[in-house]
Design a protein around this ligand. Structure first.
Ligand SMILES: [Mn+2]
Length: 339
């Protein structure tokens, strides 16, 4: 047992917290011997997360009086990025593996702790960049401060942490092949559909699934009676989440996470988390992917509903996440109120 090493994730809003809990539970189910740490944004409810994670740290950069706050004042656009960089301050651990809250493990991956900083898998969109959804790092106050300085001076070429980290660890592509994690440690749906024969050949080796893209597993809903994910089209197209992995996410959620939420928050019917996205403004509840990868292609136009009919459906829980009620549309609406 190595208590000095930990898996670390980040949730900046309650819907990502659900993802973090599925991730944490998937690590537990595969018997990790390492600690589990969750970094939470200031508005995230901690209660249920504590029953899966060993350590929960609330990161509120705005209230802190350190370099991170200064960096945030200079570059408010990089708030989520600074929050993620906070993982370098976890110096009670000698080594960590960061995993996005939209990832899920399919097997034990403790062997990743044999790797050095900064080890990561290639990004499917630009394989000379690493994808920052899964990476091995060594906590260090010094590295943290250097990253903050670098970030506030240079910004991020993709607007998120992946751009910053790739610019900072800029020899990753060429210097040391041992820092290239196999793609199976960060398998995304985008890659599955852009090279299906490779997925058929190697997909069974997948160890970590990354639900990359704008639509996340928690944006769907799940019929516990039938054991089916609702609102997911079976057609295979880029940007779609793979139906098998999506189902696996929901099975884990229904079996292990929903009961914890029920215990912590009472018998309120589960809703997908989308409503919280609206409460906590979008900029605090996204990750790097929204800027670095294209959205799912538009589905065929469904017949137009009246706004009254849409309201009725919304209230009945039939939310058209990919169409009229898509996040982009809601954000546009919110923006008109904010201006
Ligand atoms: Mn991600």
């Amino acid at each position: 047992l190595c208590p000095e090493e930990a898996f670390v994730t980040l949730a900046t809003c309650d819907s990502y917290a659900k993802g973090a809990m599925v991730l944490g539970q998937s690590l537990r189910d595969h018997h990790t011997t390492r600690k589990l740490v969750a970094l939470l944004g200031p508005h995230v409810t901690e209660e249920a997360i504590k029953s899966i994670f060993d350590e929960v740290c609330v990161v509120n950069l705005i209230d802190s009086e350190d370099k991170a706050n200064l960096a945030l004042m200079k570059r408010p656009d990089l708030g989520v990025t600074f929050t993620k960089l906070h993982c370098w301050t976890l110096t009670q651990y000698s080594k960590c593996v960061f995993m996005d809250a939209d990832t899920m493990v399919l097997s034990n991956i403790d062997e990743l702790f044999e790797r050095e900083e900064l080890s990561a898998a290639p990004d499917p969109g630009w394989p000379d960049c690493f994808n920052s959804g899964v990476f091995v790092f060594k906590p260090s106050v010094e590295t943290h401060e250097k990253l903050l300085t670098f970030c506030s001076e240079n910004g991020s070429f993709d607007g998120g942490d992946q751009g910053v980290l790739n610019s900072y660890f800029d020899t990753w592509a060429t210097a040391d092949i041992s820092k290239h994690l196999p793609f199976t440690y960060n398998l995304s749906s985008i890659a599955i559909y852009s090279y299906l024969p490779a997925f058929k050949q190697y997909g069974h080796n997948a160890k970590v699934v990354h639900f990359l893209g704008q639509v996340k597993p928690w944006n769907y809903s799940y019929d516990t009676q039938k054991g089916e994910v609702k609102g997911h089209s079976v057609s295979q197209q880029p940007g779609q989440l793979h139906p098998d992995y999506l189902l696996l996410w929901w099975q884990l959620y229904a079996k292990s996470v929903a009961p914890l939420l029920q215990k912590a928050y009472g018998n309120v019917p589960f809703h997908s988390g989308f409503v919280e996205v609206i409460l906590y403004h979008s900029s605090t509840c996204t990750d790097h992917e929204q800027t670095s990868h294209p959205a799912a292609p538009a589905a065929p136009e469904p017949p137009k509903l009246s706004s009254e009919e849409r309201k009725k459906r919304w209230e009945a829980g039939q939310i058209d996440y990919l169409g009229d009620d898509s996040f982009a549309n809601i954000e546009r609406k919110l923006d008109t109120f904010l201006k």
